[in-house]
Write a protein that binds this ligand. Structure first.
Ligand code: LLP
Length: 385
């Protein structure tokens, strides 16, 4: 059974569960995304929601990426980590007044506006400050991302963005507003998208919308395709880098060139997902009547994706090399959904074995909770451990 490489001896001295980040892999992903995006002069804003660990953020900021934020807290964390305000975009359906003020006070690059109501408030708050906010309209492109329903965002029934049918009304409003300046359009159709045809459809839809806006006399300088590129959760050892090359190539092929048009992306998972693992310990092996359970000291409090989205994470017994047996791998939380995987093949497990839940770098640590009065776990990095 091929496994990831981990400093097991060092792990033995640490209190489990904890997050472990391979910083070499993170840096490699950053190099690849920069090289591939650089081929077409695309700008990358890392989606901070995927992982806002300060060390991770500062490595990403140092690599020169911008930041995509969805809250005032994320804007502050990004600024602290060294992202320049001029590379921060701010999305979200429910921006509070103080968050809009924070963005304006720091002169962030752009507000990705999700409704007519929000646009009016940004105009009002910017007016009080005597400022002009740069805005991009987040348009709901009505494209199916073919991913889990809970992480699909680009359909009419989703709460995100401005529906195409309502765009004209918002544009009419915009013409009357003095404290907002339309600089672009923004899309985000969903997450963990592995079928690139959804991005093909998005590029084609963007062409249509850009054409329509131009015909109406709006000069659009920026188009932001959001995030969503998926990673290979099943083969983290063979395919640790997301398919950035194909992703950007698809957009480049189908998006019509327009003079001065700057293209942006907001990848989160594809940058940080593969580099992180949740490391846990087997507390008990429980032999049931029909199943064997490997009961870990980590639960959905540390990695909620399997419970919340039925997500698959590869699970490895990194202490063991005995013959493979089949277990339901579960956590200690008092909820039946606290299951990391059913019928998982693991090298025979014993109390005390270290278990790695792979590809936990995105939406792992950041979604941790203290349910059952559990402590938030520590995080360690390959280059400083
Ligand atoms: N931009 C916007 C506007 C977004 O809403 C998101 C993710 C991203 C970018 C980054 O998407 P990514 O490249 O990471 O797919 N907790 C879920 C994922 C939720 C994604 C929400 N929005 C999960 O664990 O699968």
């Amino acid at each position: 059974m091929l496994k990831g490489t981990f400093p097991i001896e060092k792990f033995k001295a640490l209190q489990t569960p904890f997050y472990y980040y391979d910083t070499d892999l993170l840096k490699e992903a950053l190099n690849v995304v920069k090289t591939e995006a650089g081929k077409y002069n695309y700008q990358i804003h890392y989606a901070v929601k995927a992982n806002a660990n300060p060390r991770i953020l500062s490595i990403i900021a140092e690599a020169g990426l911008g930041a995509d934020c969805v809250s005032g807290g994320e804007i502050s964390a990004s600024l602290r980590a060294g992202f320049p305000a001029s590379k921060i975009v701010f999305a979200g359906v429910g921006k509070a007044d103080w968050e809009i003020e924070l963005g304006l006070d720091n002169n962030i690059f752009c507000f990705n506006v999700e409704s007519a109501a929000e646009l009016a408030i940004i105009n009002e708050i910017a007016g009080v400050k005597g400022k002009v906010a740069s805005v991009a309209l987040r348009i709901n492109p009505e494209i199916d991302a073919h991913t889990h329903a809970k992480i699909t965002t680009g359909m009419k029934e989703n709460k995100f963005g401005i529906n195409i049918g309502q765009l004209n009304g918002v544009l009419a409003d915009l013409k009357q507003m003095e404290h907002v300046k339309l600089i672009g359009i923004h899309f985000h159709i969903g997450s963990q998208i592995t079928d690139l045809s959804s991005f093909q459809a998005l590029a084609i839809r963007a062409n249509e919308i850009l054409e329509e806006l131009e015909a109406k006399g709006f000069k659009i300088d920026n188009v932001n395709f959001g995030g969503g590129l998926g990673i290979d959760y099943h083969h983290p050892n063979h395919l640790p880098i997301a398919a950035f090359d194909n992703y950007f190539a698809v957009i480049n092929k189908l998006l019509e060139q327009r003079p001065g048009l700057q293209v942006h992306f907001e990848p989160g998972r594809s940058i940080v997902g593969p580099c992180g693992s949740l490391i846990s310990k087997v507390l008990y092996v429980k032999e049931g009547e029909t199943k064997n359970f490997a009961i870990l000291d980590a639960g959905f409090t540390e990695l909620i994706r399997p419970a919340m989205y039925d997500a698959y994470h590869r699970i490895e017994n990194i202490s063991g090399d005995e013959e493979v047996e089949v277990y339901d791998v579960v956590g200690p939380i008092c909820e039946s959904s606290d299951v990391f995987g059913k019928d998982v093949e693991l090298n025979k497990a014993h109390r005390g074995d270290l278990i790695a839940l792979r590809s936990a770098g995105a939406y792992g640590e950041i979604m941790a909770s203290q349910y059952n009065c559990r402590k938030l776990p520590a995080s360690y990095f390959s280059d400083t451990l």
